[in-house]
Design a protein around this ligand. Structure first.
Ligand SMILES: [Zn+2]
Length: 365
């Protein structure tokens, strides 16, 4: 079985496959589809055990994204799952098809007729390109869950909180002129440099708002790309840069934007012709589940690992929007994800199946 489900393609093929597996278990399934900007069909699939779509309040949801990041075409194992030294190599093996396989195996070996409380499997689209499938579900709210386990490679450590992710493009305007006569224009590069210098000060300020559960324990920001000017002897007419920040879950994403807007206002005060646009394209919130949540306690006990936090984005916030206390957990190491040579250890895959079985038995019994 090999199915290429890179985010740029439709995920219909893998959803067809997952739906057949769920139907074979007599689960009730429903698709929640949309079209992406390229016109490809993108499908979120929900499968229910112990209830149907007339009552969509479930006790536990197991959540896995169906898409993967792209792969190098020279990596022959990318779509040919290969076992070597107790590891399974292939694109998506650890991020996040391994978790999906473990969730299906867990459900297949459980006696579903004995569950007193409903269970859901949620398979999402487009996680790797901005959590779009999960955001779609968070908006239309096709179900409510009390607890959720979101599959991501955490080496089976339960993750109870994650930082958010926000992104903006900043376009600073200047006025072109011959560089021998700078008074005739205004350099967008110098203007952007002043603004970026202020961002470094904002980054320092953000350290005051501490969230000790995280490493680093505060909101971080980054200017990752700067583009400006056209030639060495021309005052730059435009300079663009990206501003990315990862807010701790106790801080609203807008906090950084407010500080940045104040910095722009200060520049404008010093130079009334200062011109700049801010195009904020993403504001994904983080999530946090209390350390004494029954799901955290259960997973800490089942894995023998203390719960932790991560600084990268996950679908945890969207699952929180569906009413649940989310935990992120899955086989494989995040440092192996998104690389050529991605793999998942077979032992972790099997252990994950047992952990998920145990969680379903404890919570849905
Ligand atoms: Zn993932």
């Amino acid at each position: 079985m090999k199915i290429d489900s890179v985010s740029s393609r439709s995920n219909a093929e893998i959803v067809d496959y997952l739906e057949r597996r769920c139907e074979a278990l007599n689960l009730k399934t429903q698709r929640y589809s949309y079209r992406d900007e390229a016109g490809s069909d993108k499908i979120n699939l929900i499968a229910l055990a112990g209830t149907d779509f007339s009552n969509t309040q479930v006790e536990l949801a197991l959540v896995g994204h169906t898409d993967t990041v792209p792969y190098d075409p020279n990596w022959s194992e990318a779509t040919n799952l290969t076992e070597r030294d107790g590891k399974l190599y292939g694109r998506g093996s650890c991020d996040t098809k391994g978790f999906i396989a473990a969730a299906l195996s867990a459900v297949e070996t459980l006696d579903l007729a004995r569950l007193n409380k409903p269970l859901a499997l949620i398979f999402t689209a487009d996680e790797e390109i901005g959590l779009r499938g999960a955001k779609y579900l968070a908006r239309i709210k096709p179900l409510r869950a009390r607890y959720s386990i979101v599959g991501e490679p955490t080496s089976l450590q339960p993750i109870r909180a994650g930082k958010g992710y926000s992104l903006a493009e900043v376009i600073v305007k200047g006025r072109e002129a011959h560089s021998a006569y700078p008074a005739l224009g205004a350099s967008a590069v110098f203007r952007a440099a002043r603004l970026i210098h202020r961002l470094e000060t904002i980054a320092e300020q953000l350290r005051d708002d501490e969230h000790p559960a995280f490493d680093p324990p505060y909101t971080t920001l980054n200017v990752g790309v700067v583009h400006g000017g056209t030639a060495k002897n021309v005052l730059a007419g435009e300079c663009r840069f990206t501003l990315e920040w990862r807010p701790v879950p106790t801080q609203p994403s807008e906090r950084v934007l407010h500080l940045f807007n104040a910095a722009i206002a200060a520049e404008r005060q010093a130079d009334p012709t200062f011109a700049c646009e801010v195009d904020a394209s993403r504001a994904d919130s983080g999530f946090e589940t209390a350390p004494d949540s029954p799901l955290i306690k259960l997973l800490e006990q089942a894995t023998g690992l203390e719960s932790g936090t991560v600084a990268f984005g996950t679908e945890g916030a969207q699952m929180q929007a569906l009413g649940s206390e989310p935990v992120v957990l899955g086989p494989g190491d995040i440092r192996e994800a998104h690389r050529t040579g991605e793999f998942v250890p077979v032992a972790e895959l099997e252990q994950c199946t047992e952990i998920l079985k145990h969680a379903v038995e404890q919570l849905c019994a």
